[in-house]
Ligand binder design. Structure first.
Ligand SMILES: Cc1cc2nc3c(=O)[nH]c(=O)nc-3n(C[C@H](O)[C@H](O)[C@H](O)COP(=O)(O)OP(=O)(O)OC[C@H]3O[C@@H](n4cnc5c(N)ncnc54)[C@H](O)[C@@H]3O)c2cc1C
Length: 484
C-alpha cells in the first residue's frame, strides 16, 4: 500500500493516558490521527484510577486531619466531632472524573484527532479492524499503529467478585458504601491508598499480604518507618505470609487464608467486604497479536526503548505499544512519556525512554515516593560496574517546615555513586513526598552529580530542604572519599 493510500498516518488503539498523549502529540505535529476507544475516553487513570482515587484521598485526608484531635490540640486547636457525607465524597470524585474526561475529549477534538468508538484489533501490521458499538465491522489502515490498550485488575483464582461485597478498585472508586470491616488483599500502592481512605472514614481494615512482609515492593527502611504510621498506627490488622485461597461474596464475605509457604489452612475470616488489590493484567487478548507472530509475555507486549513492538527478537517498523500493556512501570505518566517517545520516533526524531528517571508515588497520608534504582539493584550495579555505592539518609525531624506542621515523621534515602557522584535512586516517606521526589527525578534525568546539586539553593523553610540535606551529606561523603 502506498503512503497516500492509508486512511490515517497514525491509528492509536486505546484512549487512556498513553493513547491520549500519543494521539495529541502526533496531531499537533501535523499527522492525520485516529484514536479508537471501546469504553470511556480517558481509560483507567481518568475513570477508574488516579483521578477518582486521589479525589477520595483528598476528602478522606481532610476527615483524618480534622478528626485527629491530639494533633490539633498540639497547636491549641479544639475541634468538635467530624461529620461527613459519604455520598458527597463519592460525588466529588464522580464530578472530577466527568470534568476531566470531557476536557480530555475536547482537547483531542481540538487537536484534530478523529475519535472512533468501538473495539479495535490488528488485521495486519498496518490495518485495524474496528467493531463499532452497533456491531458493524470495518477496516481502517494507517502507516503506523500504536497499541495503548492498558490493563485491568487481576483477580487471583479462588476469589469470586460480585462488584458489591467483593470488588476491585474499579468499583471501590465509586465509594458506594462504607463497610464496617473490610479486608484488603494486597499491600501494594493501591491497597495502601484504599486502606488510607477506608480507615479515615471509620472502617476497620484487615490487610492480607501473600509475601512474608507487608509493603513488599517498597524500600525496606521506608517500609519500616511508614508501616508504623500507615498500618500499625491505624485500625488495620496486617497479616503477611498468608494467601487468600478462597473468597466468597455475600453477607458476610467468607475468606479462607492459607499459609503462603506450606499451603495449610491458617484462618477463616468473615468480613463485610473485600477489596482485591493484587495487581493488574494487560489488555491484549483481543488484539490478534499471535496471528501476526508477536509473542507476548503473559499478555504484556514486548517493546524496545523506542516503543517499537518486538517480533522474533527484532523491532517492527510501524507497530508500537505504550502504557500498562507493555508492563513497564505501570503508571499514568510512564504511559504518557512512552506515547511521546513513540510519536517522536514516528516523526523521525530518534528518542528512547529513560525509565530510571520516572518517579512513582503512593498518595497515603503521609505520602511515599521513589525514583531510580532500589538499594538492592544499586548494590548489584555497584558490584558489576566496580564502584562504591553511597547511601545517605535525611530526616524530616530535622526540617523546620515539617516541625512547624508537627509532621516530622519522615525519611529520605539517597543512593549515589561514590566515584563520580551520579544519583542512582531516591526513596522518600513523609509529608508531600510525591512532590519532593520530582526534584530528584529531574536531576536523575540529567544524570547530575551530588557535588553540583549540593550547591543549589533551596527555599527556607520548605520540605525541599530534606532533599538539600541529602545532597549535601552525599557531597561531603564524596569529598571525603576523594581525600582518602
Ligand atoms: C486505583 C488506581 C489508582 C491509580 N493511581 C495512579 C496514580 O496516582 N498515578 C499514576 O501515575 N498512575 C496511577 N494508576 C495507574 C494508571 O491508571 C495507569 O498506569 C494508566 O491508566 C495506564 O494508562 P494506559 O494508557 O496504558 O492504559 P489505560 O488507562 O488502561 O487505557 C487503555 C484504554 O484502552 C481501551 N481499550 C482496551 N482495549 C481496547 C480495544 N481493543 N479497542 C479499543 N479500546 C481498547 C480501554 O477501554 C482503556 O480506555 C492507578 C491505577 C489504579 C487502578
Amino acid at each position: 500500500m502506498s503512503e497516500a493510500n492509508f486512511d490515517f498516518d497514525l491509528i492509536v488503539i486505546g484512549a487512556g493516558y498513553g493513547g491520549f498523549d500519543a494521539a495529541k502529540h502526533a496531531a499537533e505535529h501535523g499527522l492525520k490521527v485516529a484514536i479508537v476507544e471501546a469504553r470511556e475516553m480517558g481509560g483507567t487513570c481518568v475513570n477508574r484510577g488516579c483521578v477518582p482515587s486521589k479525589a477520595l484521598l483528598a476528602a478522606s485526608g481532610k476527615v483524618r486531619e480534622l478528626a485527629d484531635s491530639q494533633h490539633l490540640q498540639a497547636f491549641g486547636i479544639h475541634s468538635g466531632p467530624v461529620r461527613f457525607e459519604r455520598k458527597k465524597i463519592a460525588e466529588h470524585a464522580k464530578q472530577l472524573v466527568e470534568g476531566i474526561r470531557v476536557n480530555l475529549t475536547k482537547t483531542l477534538e481540538r487537536a484534530g484527532v478523529e475519535i472512533l468508538r468501538g473495539e479495535g484489533r490488528l488485521e495486519a501490521l498496518q490495518r485495524v479492524g474496528l467493531r463499532e458499538p452497533n456491531g458493524v465491522d470495518r477496516l481502517i489502515s494507517a502507516k503506523n499503529i500504536i497499541l495503548a490498550t492498558g490493563s485491568d485488575p487481576f483477580v487471583p483464582p479462588g476469589i469470586e467478585t460480585d462488584g458489591r461485597t467483593v470488588f476491585t478498585s474499579d468499583e471501590a472508586i465509586n465509594l458506594e458504601w462504607l463497610p464496617r470491616w473490610i479486608a484488603i488483599i494486597g499491600s501494594g500502592y493501591i491497597g495502601l491508598e484504599f486502606a488510607d481512605i477506608y480507615t479515615a472514614l471509620g472502617c476497620e481494615v484487615t490487610m492480607i499480604e501473600a509475601l512474608d512482609k507487608v509493603m513488599p515492593t517498597f524500600d525496606p527502611d521506608i517500609t519500616k518507618l511508614a508501616s508504623r504510621k500507615l498500618i500499625d498506627g491505624r485500625d488495620i490488622d496486617a497479616k503477611a505470609g498468608v494467601l487468600a485461597k478462597s473468597v466468597t461474596p455475600g453477607c458476610p464475605v467468607m475468606i479462607e487464608l492459607t499459609d503462603s509457604k506450606n499451603g495449610e489452612l491458617s484462618e477463616k475470616l468473615e468480613v463485610d467486604a473485600v477489596l482485591v488489590a493484587t495487581g493488574r493484567v494487560p489488555c491484549s487478548k483481543s488484539l490478534n497479536l499471535e496471528e501476526l507472530g508477536v509473542e507476548t509475555n503473559r499478555g504484556f507486549i514486548p517493546v524496545d526503548n523506542t516503543m517499537r513492538v518486538i517480533k522474533n527478537g527484532s523491532p517492527l517498523t510501524n507497530l508500537w505499544a505504550v502504557g500498562d500493556v507493555t508492563g513497564k512501570l505501570m503508571l499514568a505518566h510512564t504511559a504518557a512519556a512512552q506515547g511521546i517517545v513513540a510519536v517522536e520516533n514516528i516523526l523521525g526524531n530518534a528518542r528512547e525512554i529513560d525509565y530510571r528517571s520516572i518517579p512513582a508515588a503512593t498518595f497515603t497520608h503521609p505520602e511515599i515516593s521513589s525514583v531510580g534504582l532500589s538499594e538492592s539493584d544499586a548494590k548489584e550495579l555497584s558490584q558489576k560496574d566496580h564502584f562504591e555505592l553511597g547511601v545517605v539518609r535525611s530526616y524530616f525531624k530535622a526540617n523546620s517546615k515539617a516541625l512547624a506542621e508537627l509532621e516530622s515523621d519522615g525519611l529520605m534515602k539517597l543512593l549515589f555513586r561514590k566515584d563520580n557522584g551520579e544519583i542512582l535512586g531516591a526513596h522518600i516517606y513523609g509529608l508531600h513526598a510525591a512532590d519532593l521526589i520530582q526534584e530528584v527525578a529531574n536531576a536523575l534525568a540529567r544524570r547530575q552529580g551530588v557535588i553540583e546539586l549540593a550547591s543549589e539553593v533551596h527555599t527556607h523553610p520548605t520540605l525541599s530542604e530534606v532533599v538539600e540535606v541529602a545532597y549535601k551529606q552525599a557531597a561531603q561523603q564524596l569529598k571525603k572519599a576523594s581525600r582518602n
